[in-house]
Design a protein around this ligand. Structure first.
Ligand code: GTP
Ligand code: MG
Length: 161
């Protein structure tokens, strides 16, 4: 059993990384967002997998067990940058997070699917909205699951004692 999970959120500026964390914590969309959220720890007994989970807002120096690459579904440039982020961060599983789904009618899945197919380290993708609190807890659950029950090529049973 792992003793904890560290989830790191990365992505282009203003896609909503800090808002997603604050929406999860307060169950309310923050009207005012700091540049970066403090690291938060979710106690084991309130997570689906019963493992203490740390959530870390973007920072260039931290280590993590899973990376959530956040893009905004209404921002094409932030979607294009997803590939670049994966190339730089291939050592842990990746979740693609399309935030701000409240702002568009169409899904970004069509655009993101080729990226999904290109990089096997992507465990899953999810569209969500920090504003509507849509799929927020799901996204952190998927991230937790990617660490605890990995399915991708990064999973080496021998190394995970
Ligand atoms: P940096 O820290 O500067 O890289 O930005 P960030 O990715 O942390 O984004 P942040 O949470 O600061 O949000 C940027 C802007 O997007 C803010 O004005 C938020 O209110 C807004 N925003 C965040 N999430 C959503 C969402 O789901 N829907 C809408 N409509 N706006 C959002
Ligand atoms: Mg931020």
């Amino acid at each position: 059993m792992r003793k904890d999970v560290r989830i790191l959120l990365v992505g282009e500026p203003k896609v909503g990384k800090t808002s997603l964390i604050m929406s999860l914590v307060s169950e309310e969309f923050p009207q005012v967002v700091p540049y970066r959220a403090e690291e938060i720890t979710i106690p084991a007994d309130v997570t689906p997998e019963r493992v203490p989970t740390h959530i870390v807002d973007y920072s260039g120096t931290v280590t993590a067990n899973v990376i959530c690459i956040v893009y905004a579904v209404n921002n094409k440039k932030s979607i294009e940058k997803v590939s670049l982020a994966i190339v730089l961060e291939v050592l842990v599983p990746v979740i693609l997070v399309g935030n701000k789904s409240d702002l568009v009618e169409h899904s970004s899945m069509e655009t993101i699917l080729p990226v999904m197919n290109q990089y096997t380290e992507i465990e899953t993708c999810v569209e969500c909205s920090a504003k509507n609190l849509k799929n927020i807890s799901e996204l952190f659950y998927y991230a937790q699951k990617a660490v605890l029950h990995p399915t991708g090529p990064l999973y080496c049973p021998e190394e995970k004692q």
